[in-house]
Structure formats: structure tokens, C-alpha cells
Design a protein around this ligand. Structure first.
Ligand code: DGY
Length: 344
């Protein structure tokens, strides 16, 4: 009888995906049973001899982990589109495949990104706090209380949206912003990638936009009414939004980050909010998360709306991500085509 293939699953990823994995006769599953990120010591102790591992972005896939796994490891499958937590260079050197979950979360994240833009402009953090603190009866209504800049443009004016990272999710956000009166789209492009003139012309035509253009970071900061950070993270984008960038932004502009916390310098953003360099911020991710407590400088900023990394958290999307993560790991182990494999 052949030895079953050990697959370590760092989180219970739901009934359908776990059922699919359990139904594979050649797999021996080792599953972290608690509903919280798995303990590193547990992962280190169990990864030895595994052929596959299913992780989330809370689990760092480091050279040390791969050493502990040993030479049998064929596939890492992450239940996320982001892969900042995975050392892709090491995987490629060792010939280990990486599955991830693009596309299925695009709409969910784009929806939430627009929600954050609205919340950041309209003082949602501060005004919701007034209600939850029981202060509404004393605060009452005032003609200019809680006013903020309007996301939608008056008919004679227009809005400019700036995107740091202009992939699938940014383009889905742009589509959602057209009815708000956005007529200009600026974005920063990876200097190494070829210009996307045909794609930009097609977007312009499809949405009736005046402009879709790759620009320098400083131009994007200075000319955008709303800046969306939707970049992959990793060393190449660390603190792209720093004090210099924030100082160039408009005082009525908002910043939204729904990708990775590392792209924004939290300390600089807290200063920018405190000193009024920008109007507000909507964050689904924060550098160092989940260790963002009540005393974090951004949590203390009244014009900063923070959500605990729930961009893809719809029932439909999370289930699709889980199924994709499960089928990816099985395909990776068997040498078959994954639904979504990151090519290094
Ligand atoms: C991802 O998939 O990378 C998100 O950040 C988590 O849903």
C-alpha cells in the first residue's frame, strides 16, 4: 500500500473546500483546528514530509519553513490573491509551485474599496462613534456638522481618481466610480512593464473618460481627488505612500488602501491626518496588522476609517477562494494544471 500524501492545512477553510480535500483518497490531511491563525510552532512541527500546504496571508512561507518541509513539498496554495507572505524566490529555486486566488475576489474588494472612499470622505468613523458612544442626543444635528468633501461631482465639474497599482481590482473600482462623475483616471505603472496604450484607450472609450494615463507618483498625488492603493505589496512597494507623497496630495483628497498595509507609511499618514494635509483615509489593511490596537496612531485619528482586512469577506467570494485554494493544492501535488498558478 502506498503512503498517503500529507497535506497541511493551516486553517479550516469551510465545509465545501474541506469536504473536497477530505474526499481525496490519496491525501492525509493535517488541519489546524482552531478558528485563528495557526501557531507557528504547530506549523513547524507538522510541515515535515508534507507534499502540499494550504496557507492564508497570516502564514509566512519562509526559507526556514521550506527547509522544515523537506524535499517532498510540491505545492503551496494560498487562499488569497496577495502573496506578500510567500518567499516566491525560494519557491522558484526549489521548484515548488504556488497556487493563489485571483479574479474571484475582484468584485468584493472593489465594492468595499468604494465603500471606504465614501466613508473616509463623509466622516464615518467620527459620526458612527458619536452614535455608539450614546452622544447623539447631546450632539444633535448641525448645519455643518460632520460635513466632508462629496465623492460625486456636481454636473459642471469632474473628479480624478488616482490608482497606485492598476490591475484587475483597480479597474473594477474605476468602473464603479464612473456614475460618481469620475472623468480622469491616473495611475502609476511598474516602470519595468510595457505601456498599456491599447488597454487605456479601450477603458477611455468604454467609460467615456477624458483621460486614462500612467503618471509619475508626484503627479498622481497632486492631481487626484481620491487615491486608491491597490498594489501587491512586498519590498518593491514598501512605503510608496510616505510623507513626501502625502504632502503633495490635495487637502480635500482621501486615501484608500485595500491591498497591503506595507505600501503606506502609517506614521506619516497619521501625521498627514492630524495636520490636515489630506482630508481622510479609509483603510482595510494596516502595516503590522493584526497588531493594531486602540492606541495605534491611526486608530486614534477621527478621520481614519479602519476595517480589519475584510475586503474579500462576502459569503460567496470566500467560498470561491477556499475552493480554489483546495483545488489548486490538489492539482499542484498531482502535477496537473491549477485553476490559478503564479508563474515566477
Ligand atoms: C487577499 O486575497 O490577498 C486579500 O488580501 C485577503 O482576502
Amino acid at each position: 500500500m502506498s503512503t498517503p500524501n500529507k497535506v497541511v492545512v493551516c486553517r479550516d477553510i469551510g465545509a465545501e473546500a474541506m469536504g473536497f480535500l477530505r474526499a481525496q483518497p490519496d491525501l492525509e490531511l493535517v488541519v489546524w483546528a482552531e478558528d485563528r491563525a495557526c501557531d507557528r510552532a504547530w506549523l513547524d512541527a507538522n510541515i515535515g514530509g508534507a507534499v502540499g500546504v494550504v496557507v492564508t496571508f497570516s502564514d509566512l512561507v519562509t526559507p526556514e519553513l521550506l527547509d522544515l518541509a523537506g524535499p517532498k513539498l510540491k505545492a503551496v496554495s494560498t487562499m488569497s490573491v496577495g502573496y506578500e507572505h510567500v518567499n516566491t524566490h525560494e519557491l522558484s529555486t526549489r521548484g515548488i509551485r504556488l497556487g493563489y486566488t485571483p479574479d474571484v475576489l475582484t468584485d468584493a474588494v472593489a465594492d468595499l474599496t468604494v465603500m471606504l472612499a465614501l466613508m473616509a470622505g463623509r466622516n464615518a468613523a467620527q459620526s458612527m462613534q458619536v452614535v455608539s458612544n450614546g452622544e447623539w442626543p447631546t450632539v444633535g444635528w448641525s448645519p455643518f456638522g460632520f460635513c466632508g468633501p462629496q465623492l460625486s461631482a456636481a454636473p459642471a465639474r469632474s473628479r480624478t481618481a488616482g490608482f497606485i497599482g492598476f490591475g484587475r481590482i483597480s479597474q473594477a473600482v474605476l468602473a464603479r466610480l464612473i456614475p460618481f462623475g469620475v472623468t480622469r483616471c491616473l495611475y502609476t505603472a511598474n516602470p519595468a512593464s510595457a505601456p498599456h496604450h491599447a488597454r487605456d484607450d479601450a477603458l477611455k472609450a468604454a467609460h467615456g473618460l477624458a483621460e486614462v494615463r500612467a503618471v509619475e507618483l508626484g503627479v498622481l498625488a497632486a492631481e487626484s481627488d481620491m487615491v486608491f492603493v491597490l498594489a501587491p505589496g512586498g519590498p518593491g512597494t514598501r512605503h510608496t505612500v510616505d510623507a513626501a507623497f502625502l504632502r503633495k496630495m490635495r487637502r480635500t483628497a482621501i486615501l484608500v488602501n485595500a491591498s497591503r498595509g506595507t505600501v503606506v507609511d502609517s506614521e506619516a499618514l497619521a501625521t498627514a491626518l492630524k495636520e490636515g494635509w489630506i482630508w481622510g483615509a479609509g483603510l482595510d489593511v494596516v502595516e503590522g496588522e493584526p497588531n493594531v490596537g486602540g492606541d495605534h496612531p491611526l486608530v486614534r485619528e477621527p478621520r481614519c476609517v479602519i476595517l480589519p482586512h475584510i475586503g474579500s469577506a462576502t459569503l460567496e467570494t470566500r467560498n470561491e477562494m477556499a475552493m480554489m485554494a483546495a483545488t489548486n493544492v490538489v492539482a499542484g501535488i498531482r502535477g496537473a494544471e491549477m485553476t490559478a498558478e503564479l508563474k515566477f
